[in-house]
Structures are given as C-alpha cells and as structure tokens.
Design a protein around this ligand. Structure first.
Ligand code: GCW
Length: 724
C-alpha cells in the first residue's frame, strides 16, 4: 500500500513537473532568424533531388564576399538538407562563380551576363560532364551573393529546380533603407524598441545583429542604408561619429550594403563655425568639400547624403533665399569626385506658401526640373501628403523629365497601427507602383518612372523608412517582417506581385505546408484593405491622434497650423464630407496628366478608394458600387474593416499547432490588440462623423459602444516613436 501511494505520489509530481514545463518554458522561433531560417526540409518528395544537386558545392573566389557565400551555403544546407559538402570545382553539383569560370560550364552564360550589370545573376540547371549541375553566375561577387540568396529562397520555398533558368538584374539602382534613428537610440516613428545602432559602443563593439542585418538586406537585394534620422543631428559628421560609421561600413561592405548619412543643412555654421550655411557662399562649399573628403578617407565607397531641408523646421537653402536645387547641387558637387549621390527629399510644405499642402511638393520641384546635377535624386513619398494608409500617387512621378524621382515608401507603420496591427504593405506598394501616371501616354506606371524606363534617368532608386529596432524579432511583430522583405523584393523588381511575395515570405518564415501558406497569404492580402476600412475608408486621410499619430483623432482642430488638423483634411460638415481638390476646389487634380486629371476631377470617374480625397460630397450622395448613400457607405466600410480584422484573427487562431508556438503566440497577442484598436477606430470615427450627418447607424449594424466624449478624452503621452 505504501509502495502504491509513493508511486501515485511520484506520478503526481512528475505530471506537475511536466505541466509546469509545458506552461512556463516555451521554446521555439522568436523571430530573430527572420526569413533566413533554413529549418530541415520536410517535403520528402523534393529532398532527394535537392540533395543530388546541392550538397556538393563549390564557390569560386577569394574575396570576403565569396567567403560569406560559402558560410551562408554551408549554414543553410546543413539546416535545410542536413548535409553540406564544400568541394573542388570539378566534383561540385552546385557552382557559384563569376563570368569566366561560369562560361566553362555554359558558354552562353556570358551573353546573358552581359545584360545583367554589376548586381544581376543567372541561375541555371544543366548537365556538365554527364552530371547535373546548378550554376549560379554573376559578373561580380556581390551579384553571386544575390544569386546565392535567390537560390536559397527557391530551396526554402521548395521550388522545382529541375528546369530552373533565372536571369535577373535590379530595376532600380539605389535600394536603401532609411533609418529615422537618433544618436540617443530613439527611433522616430519606430515601434520595435530602440535603434539597433548602439552608437555609444561603436566603433569597437559590433553586435552580431549588425552582421545579420547586412545578411538580411543582401538576401533581398537592398544595397544601401541611411543610418540616421532625416531630422538629422549634426553630431553624425563629427570625427568621432564618422569613426563609428566607418565601423559599420566596413562590416556591411562585403554584403554589398553601402552606408549613407542624413545631414543637417546648417552644419557648416553649427559644426564648422562659419558665418552661415548659404550654398552660394564659397566658404560653405569648401567646408562641404573638405568634410566629404574626410568621409571618403575613412569610407571609400560611402554612398552619399540624404537631406530633409526647409521642412518641418529643418534648415535649408531657403533660409538664404536659395532653391532646393542650389542646396542639393552644392552637396552634389562635393560628392561627385568620390562617386557619391544626394537624395534630396521632396517632403516640404510651408505655411507661408498659402497653397494647399498636397500641391506644394509639385509646385516646388516641378519648376526645378533640369536644374539638378546628375548625381542628385529627388526622393518623394508615394503620396502627396504623408504616408497615409492610402493615398493617390504623388503627381511628381512622371512630372520631371530630367530629374530622377526616387520612391520613398514607409515600412514602419506610423499611420498604420504601429507594430500591433497585422498589416502587410505589399498590396499598397503594388497599387502605387502599378498606377499609371500617363506621363508619356498609357502604361507610364509609377514603377516604370522610378526605374527610369519612362525617362532615361542617370540614377534611379527606392527608399523604405525602416521598421527595424532592437526588439528580438527586429520589427516588433513577426508579420511586419514581411514589409521589410517586400520592400526589398519590389525595389529589385517593381513588377513582382504582392501576392507572390506574401507566399514566398510565408514559406520561408512560417511554414511550407500548403494549407498554412494559403491561409496566411490570404490574411496578408486582405490586411491592408481591412486597415484602410477601419481607419480611413473612401479616401479619408490624416485623421490620426496628434503628434504620436496613434489612434483616431478626427475631431482635432486646435493645432498651430491649419494643415496639421484632421478637420482640415476631412472637412466633415452638415452638407457632407471630403476635400474638394477638383477644379471647383483647390484643383490639385491639375497636377496630374490627362486622362488621370479628368478622371479624378469627377466623382463619378474617381476610383472610390480616393473619393473623399478629391471630392466634398453630400451625405446622401449615391455610391456607385453599392448603391448606398455616402453616410451608409462610410459606416459600412468602418464595420467591414473590423469584421475583416476579426476574420484575420480567426484564421490565425486556426493555425494553432501548425506553426511554431512562439510565432503563433506573438502574433495572436498582437491580434488581440489589433481587434480592440480597430473597434476603437470604428466607434470613434462613426460617432464623430455622425454629429455632422445626423443620420442613424444603418440597420443591421450594432450601435458603437462608448461616447464620443470618452473617445476624445483618451490621452497617450507615452505612445512610442514620437518626433521631437
Ligand atoms: O510623417 C512625418 C512624420 C515625421 C517625419 C516626417 C518626414 C522624420 O510624422 O516624424 O520626420 O514625416 O518624413 O520628414
């Protein structure tokens, strides 16, 4: 009996221990590995083939980059295939090589490579000496690195390699992340912890994370990084900080990742002690020439400068009565002998102008076309205002025949729910890139303009404002890693579809199981539209909370400048809602080409997604697609957005057990917040707009909970990511 009792006791104890283990210690994927996980391939149908073709590999070359390729392949294959055998050229089945060696295997590869420039690559499946060989070939080692990552992507996504024949080169030259990171590690509009750059410990202490950052960027073809905030601290140009920048540049170089800096335009005065920073003052030019030479002494392949000037309080050439072109050209002249470039931002708007904000960048920059040096690009946000959940395209795309317009997308989610809303930005980027500007007739899409295919620009580029921080999972939310990923993939090729990228990212990051891939891809593809619906449907915009931009604030009307106030943008009144930017209003549509201009001038032909961006319409205006009144349609969309979020959450919940428990849980927790906040957005906006429409909530929809007063009273002094 005693024995039995003690056995029962042991059983209870071990069960308790087991239970305790299960609940308090969860091991799994914390997100650090991003999409470069390389877990063993489960698909037995494909594994033997991969083993046959890939295990015996050879990488030509002696550079640091070649060694990085070897390390990556070895690490990846040991994971994916559980086998890796670096070998000599003749016994390899996978060969990574530059043109000369590659042509021994396949003479015609030279011809292909001659079209692909410094960064392109070829991946070919072939037979050589009677055995199968996969060849990754490029003109440079960096091209070979990109090709290697592309091959690994194919393997990670379990693609068929038997007839693989890829030849690709990037469509834009400069593909950069913009970090809005301050030297004190605060990240403006950052929602994933603090800055990954630990300036205090640099140049000596270099976190492994820096290397993994470079790997991740190289894996998606990003070839540059602007390390600091466009609201720049001049300290970045001091000798001590340039040493720190050099440390990062040295680390990033073999990954093909150049460093750039944001500069403060008045640095000659504040740092150099000059009387002013007037771009036409010869002493100022000399100061920049010397500063730039000092940088190149340390960093011979330094990329150049990103500049926010005469915008939101930043100094600029306008302070001295000079134009943006004069300011940019001074810097361009300093950088030119070293091969550097200037990315001059078009995000400028000024109170004094007395011109509607959405029109200002165009008015400012269009007349300057032809006035910039060849090593200047104007970096323009995708829309005419400011990274709203949805905007029509900026009219600057296509408007300048000689000045390259560089795309600026926001990857971080300043206006899109920070890092707790499940929003995949691929569809939004795609929508922008595929929009027709009609600059040179039909088919002049934004993607083509940016890539220099409409006008032959000397340089081209795309920038993404980074969502990366010190959080273990980099972006604060696993799904938001996909936005970093899709930015890189689209900067390489503006034609790639958001859906394809969602699918490949899911396979690499979450699971290759077809049911999971299908579900997650569907959720991702729905998510942006859902967010637009519960935040700013039908072209509404800029109705977020003050300063931090967290949550709804359509009622805000007391800020210093008219065009900082949400009421300025939605114009809700008794007679209707929306901003008349048609010819009867501020005529912003005149800045677009025909026939887009005419299309947007008329509510009947304006795409519904931009309706209230361009038109002020009565509450009982009949919305074409649904036949509902405008009021009913707005309310309907707010409700739909919430339903869509609930649907995404449900889909996610159904993945329990099918994906890694840590990944699952992280996203599930964020989803809880997401749904709460979507409901908050919906209720607050519907209650507020109802005070103007004076109409009931349409039948069949539940009444919004809470009172408008309570929503208005909500304060978030510590919301993350705030500006100065
Ligand atoms: O959207 C606004 C942001 C600012 C940002 C600015 C810009 C870096 O609220 O935080 O400043 O845009 O793009 O310069």
């Amino acid at each position: 009996m005693k024995k039995l009792l003690s056995m029962v006791w042991v059983c209870i104890m071990s069960l308790t221990a087991l239970y305790a283990n299960a609940s308090s210690i969860v091991t799994g994927e914390d997100g650090y590995r991003l999409w470069l996980k390389y877990d063993p391939i489960q698909n037995q149908g494909i594994l033997p083939e991969y083993k046959k073709w890939l295990v015996n590999w050879h990488v030509e070359g002696n550079s640091k980059t070649s060694q990085i390729i070897r390390d990556e392949l070895d690490y990846a294959f040991n994971g994916l295939l559980q086998a890796s055998n670096p070998t000599v050229l003749n016994s390899a089945n996978l060969v990574v090589a530059t043109a000369k060696t590659a042509s021994q295997f396949l003479p015609e590869v030279n011809q292909q490579l001659s079209q692909l420039g410094d960064e392109g690559y070829v991946i070919r499946q072939m037979r050589y000496n009677n055995k199968p060989v996969v060849l990754v070939a490029a003109n440079t080692d960096i091209g070979a690195l990109y090709g290697t990552f592309a091959l690994l992507r194919l393997v990670q996504t379990e693609s068929d390699l038997s007839h693989i024949n890829v030849a690709t080169a990037p469509k834009t030259k400069v593909r950069v992340l913009n970090h809005w990171d301050n030297p004190d590690r605060h990240v403006e509009r950052g929602f994933a912890g603090e800055s990954i750059w630990d300036w205090h410990k640099l140049p000596d202490y270099k976190y492994q994370k820096y290397t993994d950052y470079a790997r991740a960027n190289a894996s998606i073809g990003i070839n540059g990084t602007v390390l600091n905030n466009v609201n720049a601290d001049p300290i970045m140009l001091t000798p001590a900080y340039l040493e720190k920048v050099k440390a990062l540049a040295d680390l990033f170089r073999p990954y093909g990742l150049k460093v750039y800096l944001s500069i403060k335009f008045n640095s000659p005065a504040t740092l150099g002690g000059l009387k002013n920073s007037d771009p036409l003052n010869p002493d100022v030019q000399v100061w920049w020439d010397k500063k730039v030479a000092e940088i190149y002494q340390l960093i011979p392949d330094f990329g150049g400068f990103l500049v926010k000037a005469n915008s939101e309080g930043q100094p600029g050439p306008g302070d001295y009565g000079r134009t943006h072109a004069q300011g940019a050209n001074m810097l361009a002249d300093a950088l030119k002998p070293h091969g550097g470039i200037v990315m001059w931002r078009a995000f400028v708007y000024a109170n004094e102008k007395n011109e509607e904000r959405s029109k200002q960048a165009y008015s400012e920059f269009k007349p300057l076309d032809g006035k910039f040096r060849e090593n200047v690009m104007v970096q323009v946000k995708n829309g005419p205002i400011d990274f709203q959940p949805r905007e029509p395209i900026s009219p600057l795309f296509g408007a300048t025949k000689q000045t390259p317009m560089m795309m600026e997308f926001q990857i971080t989610m300043e206006y899109l729910g920070f890092s707790t809303h499940f929003v995949y930005l691929g569809p939004m980027y795609e929508e922008v890139l595929k929009t027709d500007t009609y600059a040179k007739g039909k088919g002049s899409t934004v993607g083509k303009v940016v890539a220099g295919e409409v006008y032959d620009y000397p340089i081209t580029g795309m920038a993404g404002v980074s969502n990366i921080g010190s959080d273990r999972n980099w972006t604060g939310h696993i799904i938001l890693q996909s936005n970093w990923y899709v930015f890189g993939r689209m900067a390489w090729d503006y034609n790639i579809s958001a859906e394809q990228v969602a699918e490949e990212w899911t396979r690499m990051t979450l699971s290759n199981k077809p049911a999971v891939v299908k579900k997650v891809t569907e959720m991702m593809m729905l998510s942006h539209e859902a967010t637009v619906n519960y935040m700013t449907p039908l072209g509404l915009h800029h109705i977020m909370g003050t300063g931090h931009h967290y949550g709804p604030g359509p009622w805000v009307d007391d800020l210093g400048r008219a065009d900082w106030n949400p009421v300025y943008y939605h114009r809700a009144a008794k007679d209707g809602i929306g901003f008349d930017r048609s010819p009867s209003g501020v005529n912003a549509v005149e800045q677009y080409f025909s026939p887009l201009k005419e299309q947007l001038a008329d509510p009947k032909t304006t795409p519904e997604k931009y309706l209230l961006w361009f038109h002020h319409l009565p509450w009982d205006y009949k919305v074409e697609s649904s036949g509902r009144t405008l009021w009913n349609e707005i309310v309907h969309r707010y409700y739909l957005g919430v339903e869509q979020v609930a649907q995404i959450n449900q889909s996610w919940d159904s993945l329990k057990g099918q994906i890694d428990p840590l990944q699952f849980k992280q996203v599930q927790m964020a989803n809880t917040i997401h749904l709460k906040e979507a409901i908050w957005w919906r209720n607050a906006c519907v209650l507020y707009f109802q005070t103007f429409s004076n109409q009931p909530i349409p039948e069949g929809l539940e009444k919004p909970k809470g009172t408008l007063e309570a929503y208005k009273a909500m304060q978030f002094p510590f919301a993350p990511g705030q500006g100065e």
